[in-house]
Structure formats: structure tokens, C-alpha cells
Ligand binder design. Sequence first.
Ligand SMILES: *[C@@H]1O[C@H](CO)[C@@H](O)[C@H](O)[C@H]1NC(C)=O
Ligand SMILES: *[C@@H]1O[C@H](CO)[C@@H](O)[C@H](O)[C@H]1NC(C)=O
Ligand SMILES: *[C@@H]1O[C@H](CO)[C@@H](O)[C@H](O)[C@H]1NC(C)=O
Length: 497
Amino acid sequence: MYSRIVIVFTLFVALEAGSAHYVTQERVCFPESFQFGVATASYQIEGAWNVSGKGESIWDSYTHMYPERIFDHKTGDVAADSYHLFKEDVKLMVKLGVQYYRFSISWPRILPNGLSNEINKDGIRYYNELMDELIQNNIQPMVTMYHWDLPKSLQELGGWTNPIIADYFVDYARVLFNNFGNKVSAWLTFNEPLSFCQGGYGGLDAPGDQASGFEDYLCGHNVLRAHGMVYRMYQEEFEAKLLTSVGITLDFSWLEPAMESLEDKIAAETARQFFFGWFAHPIFSSIGDYPQIMRKRIDSISKKQGFHRSRLPYFTTEEIEMIRGSADFLGLNHYTTYLVAKSKKKISSEPSFAADMGGIISQKSSWPKSNSTWLKVVPWGFRLSLNWVKRAYNNPLVVITENGVSLEKGLLDKRRIEYIDGYLKALHTAITKDHCNVYGYTYWSLIDNFEWTRGYSERFGLYQVDFDSPNKTRKPRISSEYYARVARTKCLPIWDF
Ligand SMILES: *[C@@H]1O[C@H](CO)[C@@H](O)[C@H](O)[C@H]1NC(C)=O
Ligand SMILES: *[C@@H]1O[C@H](CO)[C@@H](O)[C@H](O)[C@H]1NC(C)=O
Ligand SMILES: *[C@@H]1O[C@H](CO)[C@@H](O)[C@H](O)[C@H]1NC(C)=O
């Protein structure tokens, strides 16, 4: 009772400016062992794109070459300048009281030309200092090896469409384990292969190849091989001496049938297999390999289109075994929900992921909006996603590696509190009622950052960044007070505006 009174009192004071107050009611509490964190990614926050030996990444060259493809024509050259301001960022995390920080390492900051013959000392220094600062403050580093900033020199070889990249990725990962292995509590090989393979090779994210239904599958194939190879290398060379774990982050938006018809139910399940099973099934299912429905549809459509081989490559039997089970845990990014209806369109000769998948994707206009066109607020989809994962892959260990919402600039972000609160309640139900095996939740993002082709227009931060100020001034939003309560008490504060 004593602690509750203290909590309510401090919240009242902290949130006065936001004209919010908290009332005492029954509380939603997570297990004591449950961990709360915040996330960022190198290109989105670091800046310092060309300093101290760093090589160019595909996002450096893409934003420089095609400013018109970025909403506000801006770049990540300086971003939130976290390369210089990381100590300030760690202070923000200390204020939040989070147990861990998920950030990514910039491959070209470590290996300027992508290959391990030349290691950039300044890159090793920077991440060592960041990790030391975190550890001194009792915040565990959780590190993503690849969050989309591929060395440009490797893109010139075809990037993720070239099979050799899996070997280069293993070399890069070995440099990371060797230099940071004893400081990192959990590793993620990749962040959202669905997003960067579809966006980068089938759309307008860097490198912008726009070859949907073809290059995106080549990318996915090599990412899966690279992931499996890193995991097996880790097991052979590092597992015995490092106290860490290795997983992968996959994004899974919930996909709900548009209508209660059998057709739409089948279309929605097919879409889940295409959007999520594509990467999850080879690693987390008991049989491995691509989902059967994906194999069947792409093989058959490729044939009808006159291709002599399927546009979805085949794994060898050895590769299937190498990739199957190659993760200690699943990192799950979840933001929103879509509706799926069966597409009635005739298959054209033009390859595309959408045609292969065969569903029409939409969202209900009545769902609450965010500042991103794709992100509607649908907390119940979170619980359904977690239950689907539990059923499909025998209840794997899951960490929510991203969840969050974009809103327009401003410090009184009551709607962000509502978003987090709603999604955390759905997560709580999934854990306590449905027994989904989830042991951590990461809010995206600690600070406002460069949101890829949306530039600085969409803000996800618990802290606002003034990108026009020379110091990139960080200011707390009221959601940071809310999240600090959550991270410190592991209970949702009862609040009422
Ligand atoms: C780095 O890039 C900035 C622009 O962001 C430019 O002004 C500066 O001259 C560059 N520095 C080097 C060493 O190339
Ligand atoms: C997000 O906010 C920016 C800046 O206020 C605005 O220009 C943009 O249209 C908004 N986007 C959406 C999807 O609401
Ligand atoms: C920026 O930071 C410097 C060094 O910490 C400080 O002296 C200066 O007052 C700051 N400027 C602004 C506008 O906050």
C-alpha cells in the first residue's frame, strides 16, 4: 500500500503539466522477471555518417542520390547525433529505469568496405563506450547486427540478392562476437527481413530495386541462410565462452479476415504465412523450410508465367536443417493490424509478391489513426498475433523487440500513453490468460529519429528531438513519465485524463 501511494503521488506531480492524473484501481502487473526496454537503430539516430573511417551505407548513398524519395528530402547525415550524444541518451534511459537497450551496430562503421580485412578502430571504440556506459548504469545491451544500413560496397555486388553475402555476414558477426561478445546480453542477427527485403528489393526503401516477386525472394533466401550460418558459427566458436543468446527480429502485423467467409479466412491465413511464415517457418517450425502454401503458390504462378524455375529459390536439405531451430528466442515487432480479403484479380505476367500472396490488404477507416498511414491502433491484434505464434511454433520464447506509435510533434502525447497502455494490456492477457511465452517488451523508440523514407515527419520517441537545434535537444514527453512507471514497477499505472 505504501508504495502505491508513493507512486500515485509522484505521477501526479510529474504529469501535472500534461493535465493528467492517476487514480488508484486494481493494477495490471507483469511478472517480476519481465523486462522492459527501449529501442533505436544506428542509421536512424547516430548521424556522423562520414567520420573517423566509417564507410558509406546504402542509406547514406540513397538519401544523397534520391532526396525526392524521402518525404521531407532529408538525410540521416546528422540525425539525432547519437554518435556524439550517446551519454545523454543513456541518461534518458536511466530516467526511464529500463532494464535493457536495444540498438543496432552500423556494419560500415565497423567494416568500412563490408569485409573483415579492415576493421575500423573508431567503430569498435564507439560501441564499446556505449556498452560500457550502459553496463555501468545497469542497462543491458541488446544488439541488432543488421538494421538495414548495408555497406554500399556490398550493394555494388548485388547486396542481399548475391549468395556470397551470407559468408560476408558471418565474417562481420564474428568480428562483433570477438569484440563485444562478453558485454551483450542478447543478439539479434536481423531486424525485419520482411521490411528490408520487400522495401529494399521490391519497393522504394534503399537500395530501391522495386523488383517485387523476384529480388525480394532472393534477398529473403540469403538472409535466412546468413542467419542460420551465423547461429551455427556462434554455437561452434562462441556459445561455450559467452553468456549470451542469439535470435532474430521478425515483424508480424496481425492479419484478420475482412469478412467471416471461408475464402477470406483462407486468404488471411495464407497472408500470415507469406508475411510472417516466410521467415518464421524456416527457423521456428518443427519441420523447417518455407511454408508449404508459399512454396505451392509461387511455384505454380511462376510456371503459369512461363518461368523455367520458381521465383522462390529452393534450400538444399542441409540448408533446411542448418536454419531449422537456429534461434534461442524470437524477437517480435508488432505495431498494427490489417484486413485480408481474397483477391479476385487474374494473375498477370508481371511477378509480384502481392499477386503470389493473393490477398487484398486494407485497414478499417474507423480504427484510430497515428501519424503513419500504415499504423492504425488495434491492440486486440497484438494478442491474436502472439497466440498465432504460440500455436504455430510450439510456444517459443519471445521478446517484443518493437512496439510503438508515431504522432505529430509535441510533448503532451496522451495518445501515445493510450497506445502503449492498450498494447501492454493485450500483451498482459496473452501472457497471463493464454500463457504465451513472452519475457520482454521494447518500446520503439527512445527518441525521435530518421524514419526512413518518411524522414523526420513521423515521431515515435518517448523523448522529442529538436532536429533544427545544433544540440539536437531532447525533451521528455509525458509518455516518458508513463513508461518510466511501467519499467520501474512492472505494473501499468492507473491513469485518467
Ligand atoms: C561529412 O559530411 C558533411 C555533410 O554532412 C560535410 O559537410 C563534411 O565535409 C563531410 N566530411 C568529410 C570528412 O568528408
Ligand atoms: C504526419 O505529420 C506530418 C507533420 O505534421 C504531416 O505533414 C503528415 O501529413 C502527417 N501524416 C499522417 C499520415 O498523418
Ligand atoms: C549546446 O551545448 C553546448 C555544450 O553543452 C552548450 O554550451 C550550449 O549552451 C548548448 N546550446 C543550446 C542552444 O542549448
